[in-house]
Design a binder for this molecule. Sequence first.
Ligand SMILES: Cc1cc2nc3c(=O)[nH]c(=O)nc-3n(C[C@H](O)[C@H](O)[C@H](O)COP(=O)(O)O)c2cc1C
Length: 394
Amino acid sequence: MGTPLLFQPIKIRDVRLKNRIVVAPMHQYAAVKGYPTDWHLMNVGRFAAGGAGLVFIESTKVERRGCGTAGDTGLWDDSYIEHFKRLADFIRSQNSIPAIQLGHSGRKARRFRPWEGGAPLTEEGAIKAGVDDWDDWELVAPSAIGSSETEPIPRALSFGEIQKTIENWSEAARRANEAGFDVLEIHAAHGYLLHQFLSPKANLRTDEYGGSESKRMRLPLEIAEAVRGNWPKEKPLFIRLSVEDDAGWGPDESVRFSKLVKEKGVDVVDCSSGGMRGSPVISAGPVGYGYQVPYAEKIRKETDLMSMAVGLIVHAEQAEEILQSGQADLIAIAREFLHNPNWALDAALKLGVEEAFAVTPPAYDYWLEKRFNSVKDVVPSTYFPGSDNGDFKI
Ligand SMILES: Cc1cc2nc3c(=O)[nH]c(=O)nc-3n(C[C@H](O)[C@H](O)[C@H](O)COP(=O)(O)O)c2cc1C
């Protein structure tokens, strides 16, 4: 049997991924004044050691106001570079490729952490969380419209502030490169600032940055161009979109936008959904395995871009089938890596990859291989084919 597609290397620009398994960006809510901590090193370290080809650092904010919670990471100052370099270096030391997502929460900034309820943060809550710049942590957006009637009203960015925002994104890209990341992703999904600009519901501006579809696309496109200008041409640039948001932005808009963003030097569209009116997206119907995969398929088939599928991709056979059927080029996994940081090893065993244990570092590989060869009737705790003992459907 040949090597499964999931474990075949892929080259994007000059960066070679050893396999097509990507750890999706996942906020840890554990930063201190934007600086990543030992927690972040441990977190990405185990995914990299677990065998993923590409490991993303969470949505890292390009400016202070863009932080979603008191625990968001940031890259708005050069003093952050060395702290992120530690993470990138460790990922690379595990023969994986370090990636980072850049973001700005816009009107969805300044909230309690999800497990604290996720509501808009109060000044009292902020002080408790160690925030000492409450007055500067302002909600900004394309227009002074809240996410819903009960949500806080942001302040509309002025034309001049928009120019500054573009600069913030491109400076953060420069810092990400200096920190040693090889892949960068622009977060334009999930109802955050760039998605707010794309959205006919959130962006009611009457200047060059709002109104018609092309004007709503203008800021994300200018940011993509500015980021590319500060990001080496040999390194891939991804963008995450809510391909369907159930609030006036859908797959056709996403295809049109993807074609334009390709001209700015984007290589991969990371195909997510929702966030403008709550998540996950409603039009996908009841959410099940691979519910966003059709979006990745559409982008891949209707543009010249590579696509990354994400969302309830849980099983090795499911991931392999998505690649084999040409629905996506890369498989991003979030929560299942929380469940099993050695997901790539598990997948290698289930898909029959030769020397599967070598997906992990020698300190694991040696012992697991030895156990496998010496104790024949012991199977790993994760091992059973497919899900539901075989009746799993994609
Ligand atoms: C703890 C956690 C944090 C997340 N943080 C981010 C993030 O920083 N940026 C982002 O674009 N998506 C984020 N997501 C969404 C995931 O990247 C992913 O799209 C989503 O969880 C669906 O994939 P899954 O079913 O494999 O978990 C987060 C998800 C989780 C569970």
